[in-house]
Each structure stands twice: as C-alpha cells, then as structure tokens.
Design a protein around this ligand. Structure first.
Ligand code: AAL
Length: 423
C-alpha cells in the first residue's frame, strides 16, 4: 500500500503541475468530502486520510473508538494498603456459560520497595508490584461482578522457571486444551533489570489443574539482540493454523544513565505449529515500534493492536492485514493499560475477524507509590464490525479544567520558567 501510494502521489503531483503550468486550475477540494479517494492531486495528509484509515471520517472508522471504564465488583484490595495487587489481565474467554480471566496477583506483607531498591527485596519483601506473584483466575456471568476462584499457576519451587514470580499471563485454547503463557522471573525484578523468559502451563479445563512445563518457551534473544533481556506480555492468537504469539521487550536502557534511563519498548512476533513450540521469531522483529503491553485481536483479514503508553506511536490502534506490517489505523485517548479483551474469535483461526467490545485492564500505583498496588477495571469500547455505538465514536472526551490542573508544572519547571521569564 505504501509504495503504491507514493507512486500515485508522484503521478498526481506531476499531473497537477502540468495543468497548473498550462494555466488550468485544479479547483478547490469539495465541501462535500468524497467518500472515496478522489482522482485529483491531493496533499500527503489528505491522501493519508484516505489510504491509512478505515474511513475518511473519524466516527465511521471501525478501528476508532472511545473507551469507557466501570469499577469492578468482587475483588478485595485489603483496604488498598499495597499488600494486595491484581494486574496484567489475560484475554477473557467464555466457557461453561461464564467468563474466565487470569491475572498477576501479589499478596505480600510489605509494599514493593521499587526496582531501584531491588537489593533490599527478600522472600517476603517484593521489589516490584509484580514480584513474589502467582497467577490467579476469576469467573463472571456479566463481566462486571467477578468471583475470584484461586491460584491457577503458583510460583514453582527453586530452581524451576518462575520460582521468584510468575506474572502477566495470557491464555490460548488449542485443540481442546488450555495453555497459560506467562513471564517466569528467576530473580527479584530490578536486580537483573526486568528480565525474564516466557514459560507455559497446560490444563484440560479452564478451571485447571495446571501442569507447568518447566522449559523456556520463548527464549530471550542472544546478547546484543533487542530482546536479549525481556520477553514480556506473551499474547497468543491462532492464525493460518498456527500460533502467532506477540510479545514486548524493553531494550536500549541503562538504568541511571543520563541519556538512556528509560527503556525503548517494542513488540515482536514468534510463530509455532505447536503450543509448546518451537516458536520461530519473525525476521522483521520488532513488528511494532511502540507499546508497553501487548493487546491484539483479529480484525477483518488482519490483526489490530492497541499501542499502549510508550513510544512514538503510543495511544494509536494499528492494523496489519498480513499480521506483520502494521500501520496506524486511529489515534485514541484514555486507552486501557494492559488491556485483556474478550476476543470471541481469538482461537477460531477466523478468516475475517469481527473485532471487540469490552475487556479488563489495570490501573497501577493506585493512590501513589507508598501503597503501590494495581487494580483491575472493566472497559467498554466499539472496535467491532457487529456494533455501531455512536457514543463510542464521539471525536474526543471533554476534560474539566481541574483535570488539566492536576497535571500542572512541577516545582523545577516553575523555577525554570521564573528564571527565563525574568532574565
Ligand atoms: C507490565 C508488563 C510486564 C512487565 C511488568 C509486569 O506492564 O509489561 O509484566 O514485566 O509490567
């Protein structure tokens, strides 16, 4: 699409310049915006408005939507004192007439000491919010009120993969069996950066029991490769009779350094014929240049991805008809962090994905770092070919002045401005 567009643009610009040179005018762009790309010279931006988006009108763009949040019932956070945390929910599946979800749960005596204080972590003191965690699951009839069922995958004994913490699960249903992929930490997160490989457990039922396959499923990259340290957020979808597992890696970070203190976060793809691998990493990895957690769903012939929190293309929804080469399909706001959608056709090997309308996500550092913990929440949206909710297609939210002032200048910034203004 990209190459054709530039060729077309070149030809149309040439045509325009000839006609302009011949004294003709190309006429103003029409008030009634053409529904299809018009055969006339267009600026790069207007050409893009036709080429890159599912509709030249924002509210008709099937991959544009607002997100609306609802507080969940059924999860207790011990008075929000930081000792109980739930985060990084999986995709949601529907089985036996109810919804199932898996997530990272931490229940520790102490509040996390923070990644930079990982040397102070112990068997009882967590370094990060996802340290000393297990994978729990819950069920629901309506997606708003949930019943916590218990531990699905506990931390295994040393030296098995994930003995320190198992976190950030996602679910795959494949040939009647269930597979939970998750990050397996073998040290307090922060000691060796946020490093971990991906492990997997298998069950005959979504209620378990789960059997841990004690082997690395998605290996870290070799030293010097972008995914040498972290293979985060494993996210399996069935496509073309194979398992397409998307993941995120943090890289190019030197903690404490002046110019590389923050990680670059990009996403890769690994493909396998069998849930236990071998998974072959795509040669074009990374396939997404931004995004903190992975959150994708089949859409039409391709796959759509939420690009969350980090990177030049954060807060966009992207689309790849070939499941590898993504382009921006919409720009959104208040995007759900670590979104775990209910994706009815995630495992059906669909040839025409219908899209999604709701899921669970998380809020982190709720009430601040002194009681650092995360909470799950429900979000609703209209990224579906089978729903047309005009309230979800409004162009933007209206934020109050107070909401803006809440994110005001820091003391350091006020000092800087004071000095430069009074020079
Ligand atoms: C999450 C995910 C991974 C990271 C940490 C826990 O948002 O990206 O799981 O390791 O943060």
């Amino acid at each position: 699409m990209q190459q054709n567009r530039f060729t077309w643009l070149g030809l149309s610009l040439m045509a325009a310049s000839y006609s302009l040179m011949a004294g003709q005018t190309i006429g103003a762009f029409p008030y009634d915006m053409p529904a299809e790309k018009p055969a006339r010279p267009l600026s790069e931006a207007v050409a893009r408005n036709y080429d890159n988006y599912m509709s030249p009108r924002q509210e008709k763009n099937e991959l544009y939507s607002l997100f609306k949040y609802t507080k969940l019932k059924g999860f207790d956070y011990n008075g929000e004192d930081g000792t109980v945390s739930r985060r990084d929910p999986s995709k949601i599946i529907k089985e036996n007439g109810q919804y199932y979800i898996w997530y990272t749960k931490r229940h520790t005596k102490a509040v996390p000491v923070g990644l930079s204080n990982a040397h102070l972590a112990s068997d009882e003191i967590p370094s990060a919010d996802w340290d000393l965690a297990d994978i729990w699951y819950a069920t629901s009839k309506d997606g708003f009120t949930w019943q916590e069922q218990g531990v699905a995958v506990p931390r295994p004994p040393k030296p098995q993969i994930g003995w320190r913490s198992v976190a950030t699960p996602d679910i795959l249903k494949w040939k009647g069996k269930y597979y939970l992929y998750y990050q397996g930490f073998n040290a307090p997160s922060g000691l060796t950066d946020n490093d971990c490989p991906v492990a997997v457990s298998v069950a005959e039922s979504p209620d378990g029991p789960w059997k841990a396959i004690n082997k690395v499923i998605i290996p870290n990259g070799k030293k010097g490769e972008w995914d040498q340290n972290s293979i985060h957020d494993p996210h399996p979808i069935v496509h073309n009779g194979k398992i397409y597992l998307y993941y995120k890696a943090d890289f190019d970070r030197i903690r404490g350094s002046k110019d590389r203190p923050q990680a670059v976060r990009m996403q890769g793809l690994a493909i396998a014929d069998n849930p236990l691998g071998p998974f072959k990493k795509h040669p074009l990895n990374p396939v997404l240049n931004s995004g903190h957690e992975t959150s994708l769903f089949p859409f039409k012939e391709g796959v759509a991805a939420l690009i969350i929190r980090d990177g030049n293309e954060r807060s966009t929804i992207q689309y790849a008809e070939d499941w590898v080469n993504f382009n921006i399909a919409s720009v959104v706001e208040l995007m759900p962090n670590a979104a775990g959608f209910y994706v009815p056709d995630a495992f059906t090997d669909t040839k025409y994905g219908r899209g999604v309308t709701w899921g669970l996500s998380h809020f982190t550092a709720v009430n601040g770092w002194d009681t650092n913990h995360s909470q799950l929440t429900r979000f609703d949206t209209d990224l579906s070919l089978d729903l047309h909710d005009p309230e979800m297609k409004k162009h933007n939210y209206k934020y109050s002045p107070e909401h803006h002032y809440k994110f005001g200048l820091s003391a350091k910034q006020k000092e800087r401005i004071k000095n430069q203004n009074y020079k």
